[in-house]
Design a binder for this molecule. Structure first.
Ligand SMILES: [Zn+2]
Length: 420
């Protein structure tokens, strides 16, 4: 079985491969069906969960999540199928369980959307909705340009021209940050966070309650995403607590995103390269750019704060680059327009769905090889980190020196913002 065989061409295909691989690995499987929704071919939509654990309660656990952002599940599912097929769990230290959550947002995966059945961006939905919402005025100013009333003709042309003017004035990083931080006022818009915890949010919390045993010392989370950064490169983006631990485990290339942080300084090199970027050419930042994080509201890492304080959580999003950023954002605009009117009757439907899949999944052997190799490497890094963490806990001492230094220090960080 080659690496390419881990990756599927549809949600149905991905689910079948995952269930087969999980069965072959001897995992305990459970499925949680999304109520009231079907896929494009009438198929049921489910979050499938595979647990690999011994008879005694584990002291450490690796959690692999795919499809937080629906269509990005083509990548994460392939990683999970590879993990199970190649028995990567055999490389983890004794006493470590693996929990694989397949298609956390099955609706988005099946319908090739990044958002869920309510057009909600799951990674903006884990916020306290009783607290005041973030200021949405900046997004309000561009919403009608991003999602114009018509996709053809002068309305769209004027919207595109106005957006390009804005990008030229402010720079791509500012444009990206404006969108990526999330918004809570426009359900038909991009990066919409919702008004209450959605089904996938509630399900993840339930799964954590069910599967994370009391007394677990260490939990390593690898949440697989796509759409940001150079094609095929997996940027390790840490969120939540334990950044220093993440760097010890995974190496110096770990970047950081913390909810509520100030926006990072904009990269002038990128701005100078605006014309090239507008032509959808290379989007690598200038060498020496420091790592930066967008102030994302409602990120999923918030769900892990409900775990017992004794469980040290090390959350990492592995963000794999696909296409140039404006191409990806263009696909998200098209997808939002398509769904802004329920059941929109348009010949654009099939091309937009294909555009979305291509924006978040590069269907080439080289990309899949890069993705899987990188992910497998991070599984092994997680295993070494978990072993060190368990050893330190057993000895009653603070965390030991770095268990590894295998991170590849890049001259220039791959993405100005993250996680996606
Ligand atoms: Zn994502």
């Amino acid at each position: 079985m080659s690496t390419c065989d881990f990756f599927a061409s549809s949600y149905v295909d991905a689910r079948a491969r995952f269930l087969t691989a999980a069965g072959g690995a001897g995992a305990r499987l459970t499925s949680h069906r999304l109520p009231g929704q079907l896929g494009p071919d009438g198929e049921p939509l489910s979050i499938d969960v595979a647990l690999l654990a011994g008879e005694t309660p584990p002291r450490a656990m690796l959690l692999l999540i795919s499809g937080t952002h629906g269509v990005e599940g083509f990548c994460g599912s392939g990683v999970q199928v590879g993990y199970l097929t190649d028995r990567l769990h055999d490389a983890l230290p004794p006493g470590t369980a693996t929990l694989l959550i397949h298609a956390l947002n099955p609706y988005g995966f099946a319908w090739r959307r990044r958002v869920n059945e309510d057009s909600i961006d799951l990674n903006r939905n884990f916020r306290d909705f009783s607290a005041p919402l973030p200021d949405g005025s900046a997004y309000e100013a561009v919403h009608d340009l991003l999602v114009p009333a018509e996709w053809d003709g002068p309305v769209r042309e004027q919207a595109d021209a106005a957006l390009l003017q804005r990008i030229a004035a402010d720079g791509i990083p500012a444009y990206q940050a404006l969108l990526q931080r999330g918004q809570y006022t426009r359900p038909t818009g991009l990066f919409y966070g919702g008004t209450e915890p959605c089904w996938s949010n509630r399900m993840l919390r339930q799964l954590l309650r069910e599967h994370i045993p009391a007394g677990l010392a260490q939990l390593a989370v690898l949440d697989i995403h796509t759409g940001l950064g150079p094609m095929g490169y997996g940027e390790p983006i840490h969120a939540g607590d334990g950044y220093a631990r993440a760097v010890r485990w995974y190496g110096p290339e770990v970047t950081r995103s913390s909810e509520g942080e100030a926006p990072a300084a904009l990269d002038e090199g990128l701005h100078e390269g605006l014309l090239a970027a507008l032509a959808l050419e290379d989007q690598l930042p200038a060498a020496g750019q420091r790592s930066a994080s967008a102030p994302i509201s409602g990120a999923m890492v918030g769900a892990f704060r409900a775990l017992e304080p004794a469980t040290a959580v090390t959350y990492l999003a592995l963000e794999f680059g696909t296409r140039p950023i404006l191409e990806v954002l263009g696909a998200l605009r098209a997808d939002s327009w398509l769904h802004a009117v329920p059941g929109r009757d348009t010949a654009h439907r099939a091309p937009i769905q294909a555009q979305m899949q291509q924006a978040f999944y590069v269907d080439t052997p080289a990309w899949k090889a890069a993705v899987y190799g990188r992910a497998a490497d991070f599984v092994l890094r997680a295993g070494r980190g978990l072993a060190a963490g368990m050893a330190a806990a057993a000895a009653g001492t603070p965390a030991p020196p770095p268990p590894l230094a295998t991170g590849i220090a890049l001259a220039g960080r791959p993405g100005p913002l993250g996680p996606w």
